[in-house]
Design a protein around this ligand. Sequence first.
Ligand SMILES: Nc1ncnc2c1ncn2[C@@H]1O[C@H](COP(=O)(O)OP(=O)(O)OP(=O)(O)O)[C@@H](O)[C@H]1O
Length: 294
Amino acid sequence: MEQWLGRFVEKYAGDLYFPDVQITDIVEVMILTFLIYQVMVWIKNTKAWMLMKGIIVLAVFILLAAIFKMHTILYIAKNAATVMATAAIVVFQPELRRALEKLGEKKFLTSVVPFEANREKSRFSEETRESIIEAAYAMGKVKTGALIVVEQAIRLTEYESTGIKMDCLMSSQVLINIFEHNTPLHDGAIIVRGDRIVSATCYLPLTDNMGISKELGTRHRAAVGMSEVSDALIVVVSEETGAVSVAQGGQIFRNISEEELRQKLIEIQDKKTEYNRIAAWWKGRRKDERKTNA
Ligand SMILES: Nc1ncnc2c1ncn2[C@@H]1O[C@H](COP(=O)(O)OP(=O)(O)OP(=O)(O)O)[C@@H](O)[C@H]1O
């Protein structure tokens, strides 16, 4: 039996090539798996999915042309490839930019970049959080429409400049006043940076996501659109139903309760607290270093 097994292994496994696997190879495979997974998720969550489908159809078409030796089609496909790659970069520029921005958002980068320490100020307080909640539900009760963009790590300067600049400390009364019907500032969105309202009547990009309920109009589409191009959290109050919804990461969470909204806001506050912790840790480390060097 042993002999037979030995001959069997020799016969079938003798020609097999077993590479010498190092620890770096395993790490490399893990990194590649992670990157490919991230790219696939990105493709699925953006317009790139439509492009991917188009590429698959084109690839099948070209494959058929190759099988049936249709030389003219193959010639055109070969020459158009570079142009199409350039066109794809131009068409998907916002998505690509967003993907790169997302990379920059990762905590492992911010943790080693201490020069962003002044961003500490942009973290909002509990009072701001409660003011947003209080105002949102108060406006919902009387069916006053509102669109509140809470900025996070990505600066929304380009959207801020579409509105009227403000520098106003946040309070529920101010919010209610801004969105009051027939007042000069009620139209469009406000942008909240830290504990201040920095701009009102801002114009936000509309999403072209076909999956969003047809019941939702432009206010909600603007909220989703904004959440697709930034990491902001957007609170929407419907003028029609009074319902409070939140858009984040291209998704909309409709008709949420006061507690759910609080949780969402706490989540982004926590991110900030985490950043502060990292910054404090970094500062402490540098102080220690200076002490030991002295
Ligand atoms: N691109 C945009 N950026 C910012 N605000 C917008 C944008 N588009 C629409 N709005 C705001 O939404 C209002 C129109 O809301 P509309 O009724 O179309 O949306 P809706 O999603 O059905 O909301 P509602 O439930 O409040 O009616 C506008 O008056 C404006 O204040």
